[in-house]
Write a protein that binds this ligand. Structure first.
Ligand code: NAP
Length: 278
């Protein structure tokens, strides 16, 4: 999802030559393939959007999640170093346990609750320890007019169900993948010496999944009834953080990146959805 948004954004700009690669072009768990590809293309910046993102499935596949979220970033980082490039690596709010009550800063202690968060955190550490130039960008609650995500799932359910129940005790910031793509592009084009580090990016404001579903319904004008429920009433294999709002002060101050409100992102995503379907 993010990779496609980024590709779409970069294709519309003429200040960056881009090579967009999917899993069929390169298996990032193949160390030799990663190195030979990067040494052949010799990019100035590499943005890694690939990951094992099936949060619940990861609980039953820790080895596969570790290979993709921990070892593969290590391979990419090693090749990035060899090529003298910059690596922008995408990570997650699931590195936190969700016990905070105010937005998480980059320096807050990490304590992942499940395999996905644990392996993504190991991936972050591998990038940091690789010796390459890097920016790690943690994000959350991504959605887009393309790919598999909560917003598109809601739209499908609105068409097929008379009523649905949505969790109302997990708080975060729904983030339009196009806004994250824009932030990653700003880092790629503006990165300077001494800016290595971890950064947080999500849309501004916060809400629960239930609030988000209500806002999607308002734009879609559905008769489907949406009912708030507790996490305890919707058990999942992996435990999610109850609160994972991210502070965006560092990324704004360092790169001058603006952070649109999630409601504004949602409106623009609906416009993109309409444009995509025409
Ligand atoms: N989605 C969210 O809400 C969310 C929240 C926080 C952080 N993030 C992070 O944001 C980033 C992007 O997430 P996303 O939702 O856009 O992910 P996504 O839609 O699940 O895409 C993951 C991509 O990884 C590719 N991939 C899987 N195995 C691969 C391999 N061995 N070699 C090369 N590519 C491989 C997949 O290709 P195939 O489809 O061909 O397998 C797919 O294109 C990830 O780092 C994720 O951890 C996402």
């Amino acid at each position: 999802m993010l990779g496609r948004e980024l590709t779409r954004l970069l294709a519309s700009r003429d200040d960056a030559e881009t090579t967009a690669l999917g899993s069929r072009d390169c298996d990032i768990t193949d160390r030799a393939a990663v190195e030979s590809l990067i040494m052949r293309i010799r990019p100035e910046v590499i943005i890694n959007c690939a990951a094992y993102t099936a949060v619940d499935a990861a609980e039953d596949a820790p080895g596969a999640a570790d290979t993709l979220n921990h070892l593969a970033p290590a391979y990419i980082a090693a090749a990035t170093r060899k090529a003298g490039a910059l690596l922008i690596h995408v990570s997650t709010d699931y590195v936190f346990d969700g016990r905070a009550t105010t937005p998480y800063t980059e320096g807050d202690p990490t304590a992942p609750l499940g395999i996905y968060g644990t392996t993504k955190l190991l991936g972050e550490k591998a990038v940091m320890e690789s010796g390459c130039r890097y920016a790690i960008v943690r994000t959350q609650w991504l959605y887009s007019s393309i790919g598999k995500n909560f917003m598109l799932t809601m739209l499908r359910l609105f068409e097929t169900k008379q009523g649905i129940a949505v969790v109302n005790d997990q708080t975060g910031s729904p983030t339009y993948a196009a806004d994250l793509a824009n932030a990653l592009t700003s880092i790629a084009l503006g990165f300077a010496e001494g800016q290595e580090g971890v950064y947080h990016f999500s849309n501004a404001g916060s809400c629960t999944w239930y609030d988000f579903a209500i806002s999607i319904a308002a734009l879609h004008a559905t008769p489907c009834e949406i009912r708030p429920i507790a996490t305890a009433d919707y058990p999942t294999k992996a435990t999610r953080p109850r609160y994972s709002v991210l502070s965006k002060e560092k990324i704004s101050a360092t790169f001058g990146i603006s952070v649109p409100h999630w409601r504004d992102g949602l409106k623009r995503c609906f416009e993109a959805l309409t444009a995509d379907s025409q």
